[in-house]
Design a protein around this ligand. Structure first.
Ligand code: ME8
Length: 502
């Protein structure tokens, strides 16, 4: 049995989560559920990133104090994750007392080692990104400097700050980037070439309290608060009990898998690897980076104002598992995916309703009608067995390397094979259809078990209706199922035409 630690970014709760946040969170959840199916001991972390100027400003605009605001908003995130069936073990909030203490201790350690010094920072800042942009990074338009990500005017800031000696870690960071941590590898090359061009510059890691009061106080200077990104990154270790309760940290840290979007790649590599080294911890095992969901070519985001809400998809398909399926079906790590309602509807109709739904319905109806719902172990069709074994191997290897859409295609090959097999063996014409229905049900059991990380509730309900168990992975081969007791033949998905599900 293995051990596995999986995390999502902790999101800014300045607004409700949208499908971009759901996308990363579902990827992480599918991975957590897949590892559990394989028998691993999994710790799955998500949460909210509650400090910093962006939250302070949003709360001020609404005339509410920041703590009450983030209290409300973190509940909104939890509610969406519960609707979407996100099986996290901890929901961390950066205002949690254990996290605050962990950040202070980590920073004090860096300070005592002489890795932090006082200076003055002058630069152009984007509050939406909570980041500074230097020449070559921002966009110049009509004499104004704009954020490359949000295209909003940057603010010039000049102030006293404490710097972290990031530059000292350049060789170390380069070395880590040449290992197999960042996945896909292309993203590591991007970071390496940025370091090649600009070097690793020391990083401003505190803000004057007069400007940003909503943050963790720097432990050596009460006039400063800790930069929100340093505060946030440390959540991945504070959630495991760093630095005082080390048992979880010892168990899970060496198998940490961070899922992130490509917008926060720099922080999760250059900055994070160096901070970890500064507090004497090794880098994470993997940083899995995905590209954006776009609308007309632009990253979906609150700041751009082109959001597709989670509610819109929940309303359209009426089933959270369908939303999970569709977001993963068109997911991609290396390329942006353009949101397309037509494409989602088409996949829903042909894959979920036709291929999977019809298979389940016709096998269920026949088993009830012809065999009183009891189907027993029988001869396994050798041709079907070979193709199912291949599809299971493909799905497992895709899941192990985070190729979620490929995994789904392989899983649906099992259902497609089962449909073709039924058309060949025609159990509806037979007086003794047990063998045919047994083989088809084995395909349903195996395919549904592999699908359970993507569609956990659909899988559980179907297993109950047809009378089988989900998993474990060793049982995902033809002939391992002993008997089926079919209590109903459910209609899993109603087709969508034009406007809505009909
Ligand atoms: O960056 N396509 O939080 P955030 C794909 N608090 N993924 C998207 C997306 C899109 N259009 N929009 C958002 C932060 N995401 C920090 C993180 S972690 C220590 C601190 C997802 O609320 C994607 O995972 O801005 C992206 O990296 C993340 O949301 C940014 O969330």
């Amino acid at each position: 049995m293995g051990v596995f630690y999986v995390t999502t970014p902790i999101y800014y709760p300045n607004a409700e989560p949208h499908i971009g946040h759901a996308y990363t969170t579902i990827m992480a959840d599918v991975t957590a559920r897949w590892r559990r199916l394989c028998g691993d001991d999994v710790f799955f972390l998500t949460g909210t990133d509650e400090h910093g100027l962006k939250l302070q400003k949003t709360a001020e605009e609404r005339g509410i104090d920041p703590k009450s605001f983030v209290d409300q908003m973190s509940e909104v995130f939890k509610r969406y994750w519960s609707i979407l069936g996100i099986s996290y073990d901890r929901f961390i909030r950066t205002t949690d007392e254990d996290h605050v203490q962990a950040v202070r201790k980590a920073l004090m350690k860096m300070y005592s080692k002489g890795l932090i010094y006082k200076g003055v920072y002058r630069g152009w800042y984007c509050t939406s990104c909570e980041a500074f942009y230097g020449p070559g990074e921002y966009i110049e338009e009509g004499g104004r400097k704009l954020c490359p990500s949000h295209r909003k005017p940057l603010e010039l800031m000049e102030e006293e700050t404490y710097f972290f000696k990031l530059s000292q870690f350049e060789d170390y960071v380069r070395e880590q980037l040449s290992k197999d941590i960042v996945h896909p590898r292309g993203y590591a090359r991007e970071v390496l070439s940025k370091i090649e061009r600009e070097g690793l510059r020391d990083l401003s890691i505190t803000r004057p309290k007069t400007r940003v009061y909503w943050g963790i106080e720097a432990p050596w200077d009460p006039n400063h608060t800790v930069y929100v990104w340093i505060d946030a990154l440390l959540n991945y270790v504070s959630a495991l009990g760093y630095p005082d309760n080390t048992s979880r940290l010892e168990k899970y840290w060496s198998v940490a898998h961070h899922f992130i979007g490509k917008d926060i790649l720099w922080f999760h590599t250059a900055v994070w690897f160096a901070v970890l080294a500064a507090i004497d911890l090794p880098p994470p095992r993997k940083v899995i980076v995905h590209a954006f969901i776009t609308l007309q070519g632009l990253k979906i985001s609150k700041s751009v104002g082109n959001v597709v809400t989670i509610d819109a998809l929940l309303q359209r398909y009426g089933n959270p598992d369908v939303v999970r399926y569709l977001l993963m079906r068109f997911s991609s790590l290396d390329k942006d995916v353009e949101f397309s309602a037509e494409q989602l509807d088409a996949a829903y109709n042909t894959e979920l309703a036709d291929t999977f739904g019809n298979l389940v319905r016709r096998v269920g109806v026949l088993a009830k009608k012809k065999l009183d719902g009891v189907v027993t172990r029988d001869r396994v069709d050798p041709e079907l067995e070979t193709s199912v074994r291949r599809a299971v191997d493909r799905a497992a290897s895709a899941l192990n390397s985070f190729r979620f859409s490929e995994a789904l295609i392989a899983i649906f090959d099992v259902f497609r094979e089962a449909n073709a097999y039924l058309n060949r063996t025609e159990p509806w014409r037979s007086d003794s259809p047990n063998e045919s229905l047994y083989n088809a049900l084995e395909c349903i059991r195996i395919g549904t078990s592999l699908l359970s990380p993507f569609m956990p509730r659909v899988a559980e309900n179907l297993a109950r209706s047809l009378g089988f168990e989900i998993g474990p992975f060793e049982a995902l081969r033809m002939g391992a199922g002993e008997e089926y007791r079919v209590s109903e033949a459910p209609i899993l998905f109603k087709k969508i035409r034009g406007g809505s599900a009909s």
